[in-house]
Design a protein around this ligand. Structure first.
Ligand code: E4P
Length: 221
């Protein structure tokens, strides 16, 4: 499973990219608004930091303008993935941009049928929003499992399942078990993935026991 980070915060992205674990980035208009920065400039910076797909979302809702915005975003860098909403206009824009060789992430997916449409429209990624479905009492991870099964029934579909709106480390485990191709993870959750109290306790014991030996690996032959 690929790891994308779900943020437009360049400092956070740089930090995670240096750890060597980032396969891509997703942003959305809310995340861009949170930075208070210029959208195109931010996307340009992120694309230079992370070689994998960087999702940049269109701001309009009609196909024609989405296509024009998508073309402009795609010119920023080769790794820009244009993000369009899962509407008829978004699907039309997806088909046009995909035919032109641009990667498209169809976002705001909340049903298996919507995911089918995204695949038919030639999307590189579809983004089912797990947390937002859980928020209204539905089974977000169940949707990932359903889409996995449907896409596996049709190996010609080239669309990757990008599990989005993940809210906890447990969501990341579940997305991997469900066979998501990608998890996009907020930086705070990404940092939690390494934590386990037994790892910390075990390491403290190893460090103190090693000190008792009086040896050093680097200075001894
Ligand atoms: C995905 O691309 C979205 O940016 C994101 O995962 C939405 O998450 P939220 O529901 O926590 O806002």
């Amino acid at each position: 499973m690929k790891f994308f980070v779900d943020t437009a915060d360049v400092t956070e992205i740089r930090d995670l990219a240096e750890k060597g674990l980032l396969d891509g980035v997703t942003t959305n208009p809310s995340l861009i608004a949170k930075t208070g920065r210029n959208f195109l400039e931010t996307i340009r910076e992120i694309c230079a930091l992370v070689p994998g797909p960087v999702s940049a979302e269109v701001s309009s809702t009609d196909a024609e303008t989405m296509i024009a915005e998508g073309r402009k975003l795609a010119r920023i860098a080769e790794n820009v993935t244009v993000k369009v909403p899962l509407t008829w206009d978004g699907l039309k824009a997806c088909r046009t941009l995909a035919n032109e060789g641009t990667m498209v992430n169809v976002t705001l997916c909340f049903s298996a049928n919507q995911a089918l449409l995204a695949a038919k429209a030639g999307a590189s990624f579809v983004s089912p929003f797990v947390g937002r479905l859980d928020d209204i009492g539905e089974d977000g991870m169940g949707l990932i499992r359903d889409i996995r099964q449907i896409y596996d029934n049709y190996p010609d579909f080239g669309t990757e399942i990008l599990a989005a709106s993940l809210r906890s480390p447990h969501h990341v485990t579940e997305a991997a078990l469900a066979g998501a191709d990608v998890s996009t993870i907020p930086p705070s959750i990404m940092k939690m993935l390494v934590n386990h109290p037994l790892t910390e306790k075990g390491l403290a014991t190893f460090v103190s026991d090693w000190a008792k030996t009086g040896q050093t690996i680097l200075n001894d032959d």
